[in-house]
Each structure stands twice: as C-alpha cells, then as structure tokens.
Design a protein. Sequence first.
Length: 138
Amino acid sequence: MKSYKKELTFDLPARRGYVNITGDVQKAVSESGVKEGLALVNAMHITASVFINDDEGGLHGDFEAWLEKLAPEKPHGQYRHNGYEDNADAHMKRQIMGREVVCAITGGKLDFGTWERIFYGEYDGKRPKRVLIKIIGE
C-alpha cells in the first residue's frame, strides 16, 4: 500500500471566502501514483473548512448568507469565546461546513459525481492556513 502526503497553504485577503481545490487534490493523486484508494482532505485550522459541493457563485453567496444567519460575525460581544480574537463566529461556521472530506480514487482519478468539487472554506482569513491531503491505496 502506498501513502502520500501534501500540504496546501492559503492566505486569503478577505475574512471569508471559498477556493475550489479540486485540481490541487487531483494533482496530488497523480503525484502519489495511487490508482485505487482514498484521499483525505482536511483543514488544519479551527476556523476553516473543507467540503464538497457545486462550483456555482450563487450557491457560494447562499452559503455566506445562510452561515451569517446561523452564526453572525457581529456583535462580537454575543459570544463568550471572543476576547483575544473576535472570531467565535468563524469557529461555528467551520463546525457547520465541516473539517474534512474523504474521496474515492478510481483509475488514478477522483471518483466524483457530475457537479462535485472540493472546496476550502475560509471564515477568519488574512493569515496563512494549511490544508492536508493524505492519500492511501495501491
């Protein structure tokens, strides 16, 4: 069984945003040489997420509006976590959107449905954060 690890680093200029990382993950799969296996992709920071969905701008705007209703950024004083950093909402948004995804690899390719793509979600940006890609298989 083969094992391969790669890290991606993101430093988004805005507090929140979404990045399609499907190509980066497929590149790592190709580099790994794994033809049949699994790829784990996870955000290595507690205010960022990795999830699978459609790459459609309207949907991403809907995510933003929905998450802001569920865990509004302001007023910061509504959260007990806030003190040193005013990012309690970012922790909650990450909890909702998820930490990681596991993707099947078949024939050396990510085995996805028609519209499925992998995204990095940022909820407290303007600083470097990492995403781990771990691939195992034959």
